[in-house]
Ligand binder design. Structure first.
Ligand code: NDP
Ligand code: HSE
Length: 445
């Protein structure tokens, strides 16, 4: 006779029991988590049913001054801290992938619930982390990993669990929105805007992750996984950042009553075989100034969710920064702590749909192509033919004088990404095209 499996129900520590917290990281987010946890300790105790007690704070350099943190709490040995018997919940706000992956797995395996703000980690290793949490029957929460203070992970996981989500789209990176907004509204330069976003604590430790679009791609992977009940990792996301967006692109967009935003777009599409697949991409996008996303300024984020029964929902708020992120982290800590005190655990992930991830070339989109061409009879017709040959119809063509030649700005109707990209390659080789100034996708509206 085989022995019965261990009971999977967590009975809870009982009302009034303390809940031990290991805080990993004391930077922009970690210091705010500790401040809020300390300042609102009484309130949090009422909401949880037992007091939160910080058992230790792991940092990389113990010698740095940390006003307000008792010396005895500081450690540079996160592995030992997460395994302590008096730790119930581990809060990971270190950043990076390899090191936090090992510590978080060690924590889960030791039976600790984990709250993390680390989108890079979750987007790269969600399956492994979710399996470890399931095996240990503990919680794994990551609300702060997407759009900081904005509750969007919870609504996708719980509130919309009965609906059919068609698309999730929006601005999910505060740093790049701050830079694009500053370039658009005050004409500030790219470098000075990035330096300011870093000073304000919005940018990642390595801001390349922000400006190259990788941070938004990680968030897009998390959103798509939750929305479509399918495992989507950062490697599945088409990714283009804002490093090629010039002051001239911003000026030209403004002249045409548009603005440029870095959008994450997750949607169900019908691929060329007629199958339903998931398309997930991050790229700069031209949007009309009348569009609600055009008004999302500074480091704010906004996310549209379109669901069959709920219709269109918009989530808006602070997308980066210490206190907004700490708010989301603490919300998760309260949820995990309640489960430690009262018993049970939050439902795990659902990836049953297992939809295929489409090649991004299959995605329908629209292009805005800005190029310098020779100013002679027949050029316009030749170039329009190049688009027509690939089945792409043109929505508008604008021609302006430009030195010896002409500047041509073409806006296409919707077509598959790979046909549009192939047309741009053909334009580059055409003898009448002197240079391509920019190629930017347009919001499909
Ligand atoms: P910071 O760089 O400000 O802080 C990182 C902290 O981790 C520092 O305290 C650092 O120690 C500590 N640390 C680094 N290596 C180790 C190690 N090996 N062991 C223990 N501690 C270590 O990062 P943020 O607070 O900005 O970001 C933290 C996480 O939150 C990241 O995953 C980020 O993506 C995410 N996040 C950040 C947001 C933001 O607006 N900043 C918003 C949403 C999510 P030391 O102090 O000694 O250097
Ligand atoms: N670096 C990130 C951003 C932090 O700028 O959006 C919030 O996830």
């Amino acid at each position: 006779m085989t022995s019965a499996p261990a009971p999977s129900f967590n009975p809870g520590k009982g009302i009034g029991s303390p809940v031990g917290i290991a805080l990993l990281g004391y930077g922009t987010v970690g210091s705010e988590v500790m401040r809020l946890m300390t300042e609102y300790a009484d309130e949090l105790e009422h909401r949880i049913g037992g007091p939160l007690q910080i058992r230790g704070v792991a940092v990389s350099d113990k010698s740095k001054p940390r006003p307000g943190v008792p010396d005895e709490l500081l450690t540079d040995d996160a592995f030992s801290l997460v395994k302590r018997d008096d730790v119930d919940i581990v809060v990971e706000v270190i950043g990076g992938i390899d090191y936090p992956r090992k510590v978080v797995l060690a924590a889960l395996k030791a039976g600790k619930s984990v709250v993390t703000a680390n989108k890079a980690l979750v987007a790269a290793h969600a399956a492994e982390l979710a399996d470890a949490a399931d095996e240990a029957n503990v919680d794994l929460y990551f609300e702060a990993a997407v759009a900081a203070a904005i509750p969007v992970v919870g609504p996708l996981r719980r509130s919309l669990a009965g609906d059919q989500i068609q698309s999730v789209m929006g601005i999910v990176n505060g740093t790049t929105n701050f830079i694009l907004d500053a370039m658009d509204s005050s004409g500030a330069g790219y470098d000075e805007s990035l330096a300011e976003a870093t000073r304000l604590g919005y940018a990642e430790a390595d801001p390349t992750a922000d400006v190259e679009g990788h941070d938004a791609a990680s968030k897009a992977a998390i959103l798509a996984s939750l929305a479509f009940h399918t495992r989507v990792t950062s490697d599945d996301v088409y990714c283009e950042g804002i490093t090629n967006i010039s002051a001239e692109d911003i000026r030209a967009a403004k002249q045409a009553d548009h603005t440029i935003k870095l959008l994450a777009i997750c949607e169900k599409i019908t691929d060329s075989n007629g199958e339903t697949a998931i398309s997930v991409g991050v790229h700069p996008t031209l949007i009309p100034r009348s569009h609600p996303l055009a008004a999302v300024n500074k480091s704010f984020n906004a996310i549209f969710v379109e669901a069959e029964a709920a219709g269109r929902l918009m989530f808006y708020g602070n997308g980066a920064g210490g206190a907004p992120t700490a708010s989301a982290v603490l919300g998760d800590v309260v949820g995990a702590a309640r489960n430690k005190v009262h018993g049970g655990r939050a439902p795990g992930e659902s990836t049953y749909a297992n939809l295929p991830i489409a090649d991004y070339g299959e995605t329908p989109t629209r292009y805005h192509v800005d190029m310098e061409v020779e100013d002679r009879v027949g050029v316009l017709a030749d170039l329009a033919q190049l688009f027509a040959d690939r089945g792409i119809s043109l929505r508008t063509i604008r021609q302006e004088e430009s030195g010896e030649g002409a500047r041509l700005i073409v806006v296409t109707h919707q077509a598959r990404e790979n046909s549009l990209a192939a047309t741009v390659e053909a334009l580059k080789d055409h003898p009448a095209v002197k240079s391509i100034n920019s190629v930017i996708r347009l919001e499909r509206g």
